[in-house]
Design a protein around this ligand. Structure first.
Ligand code: ADP
Ligand code: 5GP
Length: 203
């Protein structure tokens, strides 16, 4: 059974850093490559970071009901194609999604046993420092992202886990622990333990 891990965070909280470390540190995970109408940024490789498509194609996919969820973020469409989950299921892997709070709420409704994780920077000041250190955005974009962060953070209560990304190594370990613990939840191992129970004469 594929477990779905949904990770959301205000921009600059360290979500990409943590997700990258999770993907290389835990086996059996696959990352959901989203579709977006925004242009590729920096070193982003199409098909790896995102499936970059134009608005017309995105709207065609909405009309054809091809998305598990989608939302408009910073003036662009972002969405999870249904094939992302199908591929993970076929490969027998768990799926990790990096999506915004609107998408997370839609997906949790559709897949109630999805695990939701919210990542927070330790403070607004540190979030600003990290946005500046990344030096990818202009002053104006940084200001807008800080304002947006204040709004996004209000949604933390809808998430199963809230991770404060202060010390990176500790946060990576906590994130890996969430995945490992969720994988052995009784409801997820029922099928696996049936043959074990059978050896004890139980069904
Ligand atoms: P996001 O994907 O949430 O926008 P990034 O992963 O790009 O954020 O991180 C933003 C910046 O903060 C990057 O320069 C990254 O190296 C740095 N960073 C991430 N986590 C930490 C941490 N725990 N301590 C210090 N710097 C961090
Ligand atoms: P960025 O443009 O910085 O890569 O992403 C902007 C925001 O869009 C982030 O909050 C990211 O989590 C969100 N996002 C990325 N892919 C998806 C998606 O498929 N669906 C939704 N709802 N949000 C997404």
């Amino acid at each position: 059974m594929t477990t779905v891990f949904i990770i959301s965070a205000p921009s600059g909280s360290g979500k990409s850093t943590l997700v990258n470390r999770l993907m290389t540190g835990v086996d059996g995970l696959t990352f959901s490559v989203s579709c977006t109408t925004r242009a590729p940024r920096g070193q982003e490789i199409p098909g790896q970071a995102y499936d970059f498509i134009d608005r017309m194609e995105f709207e065609r996919r909405i009309a054809a009901d091809e998305f598990l969820e989608y939302a408009e973020v910073f003036g662009n469409y972002y969405g999870t194609h249904k094939s992302a989950l199908d591929k993970a299921k076929t490969a027998g892997k768990d799926l990790v999604l990096d999506i915004d709070v609107q998408g997370a709420a839609q997906l949790k409704k559709r897949i109630p046993d999805a695990v939701t994780i919210f990542i927070l920077a330790p403070s607004r000041e540190i979030l600003e420092q990290r946005l500046r250190a990344r030096s990818q955005d202009s002053d104006e974009v940084i200001r807008r992202r800080l304002n947006d962060a204040a709004g996004e953070i209000r949604n933390y209560g809808q998430y199963d886990y809230v991770l404060v990304n202060e010390d990176l190594e500790l946060a990576v370990e906590a994130l890996k622990s969430i995945v490992r613990a969720e994988r052995v939840r009784r409801i997820r191992v029922e099928e696996k333990i049936r043959p074990i129970l059978a050896t004890f004469g139980q069904d």
